[in-house]
Design a protein around this ligand. Structure first.
Ligand code: NAD
Ligand code: IPM
Ligand code: MN
Length: 358
């Protein structure tokens, strides 16, 4: 991990790339940038205009040399990609999925915590009951990209989508999840579907049991993913760290986002611990074309993602300050419509920035 301690006068500014992307992406990223600027850290921002508009101009979502370009940054703060004018599998495989795979950002960390002042749709629970950390395998599984189609348009047309589970990728993400559980409440829940799918998830369960044996301080539990979905609604307080495959944790983190107040609240970090690859920090939500351009998107998930970025860069104090400012604003307002308020995106960003600077 790259860290430039505050005390070091000779430190150079952080080089952060911004990929605002499509839809509400630029709206929420502008607020995330604003709150980081309010911290007065040395940051050099570079805005990369990649996304669907870039696609219409250049025939691709980002330039061919994107990888060399991104590797020169310390981190990437991203909004969202996806626009009704470009098929989703083209836009996503042309940008975020390509970046996650090629930079081997194998861990996707998604905290799901209910902040005070934010309404949850679950009855009878409050902030003390909802504090989960999802650890998503982010490099393979159901998102391997392997497969194909044949006999286009014929009655016997076929599509094959292959899941790939390797021991190496499964073990590294499980080890990380156990380590993170050690630093939290000590409970690790691993979700698979090894009753119906009898190869990849069975391997996953076997490796989980092996890694559990090395972490006796962690209470390890294996659960079928369908049962976990129900338990997240019935008893979220029983969950601490949850680890799952690429697709399962994708689906579960939209459910988790709903439980923590909505898509606009949820944050994520795509990282490759132990390497030099720049992490990509982005809210869990997509480009939300239904509300784009109206100035009403909730910037909290993007702001929280910026805090995860600062933490990853070694700026723990600044990250804590930012989270506390976000907590204050969620508790006291202003809040956006999706979380029961009447404010716009900019008003919320301004309020968090003002608290950070206070
Ligand atoms: P979405 O997350 O964009 O929207 C789902 C619902 O949540 C919508 O009702 C939307 O208005 C609401 N919502 C999302 N973000 C919000 C915010 N910040 N504040 C308030 N409400 C918010 O998911 P979708 O509609 O399934 O996907 C839209 C597009 O985004 C698709 O093209 C999809 O592929 C893409 N997508 C991209 C990413 C990414 O870039 N990381 C993630 C998810 C979806
Ligand atoms: C997410 C998104 C992406 C995913 C899509 C846009 C490919 O839903 O980051 O959660 O499924 O990983
Ligand atoms: Mn998702």
């Amino acid at each position: 991990m790259k860290a430039f301690p505050i005390a070091d006068d000779a430190r150079r500014p952080y080089r952060i790339a911004l990929i605002p992307g499509d839809g509400v992406g630029p709206e929420v990223i502008a607020e995330a940038r604003k709150v980081v600027d309010a911290l007065a850290l040395p940051v050099d921002w570079t805005e990369l205009p990649w996304g669907s508009a870039y696609f219409h101009e250049h025939g691709r979502m980002m330039p061919a040399e994107w990888e060399e370009a991104l590797r020169t940054y310390d981190a990437v703060l991203m909004g969202a990609v996806g626009d009704p004018s470009v098929p989703d599998h083209i836009s996503l495989w042309g940008l975020i999925l390509e970046i996650r795979q090629r930079l081997d950002l194998w861990a996707n960390l998604r905290p799901a915590r209910l902040l005070e002042g934010i309404p949850t749709p679950l009855a009878g629970v409050g902030p003390a009951d909802i504090d989960m950390l999802f650890v998503r395998e982010n490099s393979e599984g159901e998102y391997s990209g392997a497969g194909g189609r044949a006999h286009s348009g014929h009655p016997h047309e076929v599509a094959v989508e292959t899941s790939v589970f390797t021991r190496a990728a499964t073990e590294r993400v499980l080890r990380l999840a156990f380590e993170l559980a050690e630093g939290r409440r000590g409970i690790l829940t691993s979700a698979t579907k090894s009753n119906a799918s009898r190869f990849g998830y069975v391997l996953w369960d076997e490796i989980a049991a092996e890694v559990a044996a090395d972490h006796s301080g962690v209470r390890y539990e294996r659960i079928l993913v369908d049962a976990l979905a129900a338990r997240m609604v019935r008893d979220p307080a029983s969950l601490d760290v949850v680890v799952g495959s690429n697709l399962f944790a994708d689906i579960l983190t939209d459910l988790a986002a709903a439980i923590q107040g909505g898509m606009g609240m949820a944050a994520s970090a795509n990282v490759a611990p132990g390497t030099d690859a720049p992490g990509v920090f982005e809210p869990v939500h997509g480009s939300a074309p239904d509300i784009a351009g109206q100035g009403i998107a909730n910037p909290s998930g993007a702001i929280w993602s910026a805090a995860l970025m600062l933490e990853h860069l070694g700026e723990r104090e600044a990250a804590g300050q930012l989270i506390r400012a976000l907590e204050d604003v969620c508790r006291d307002g202003p809040r956006t419509h999706d979380v029961g308020g009447e404010a716009g995106t900019v008003e919320v960003g301004d309020a968090v920035a003002a608290r950070v600077g206070a």
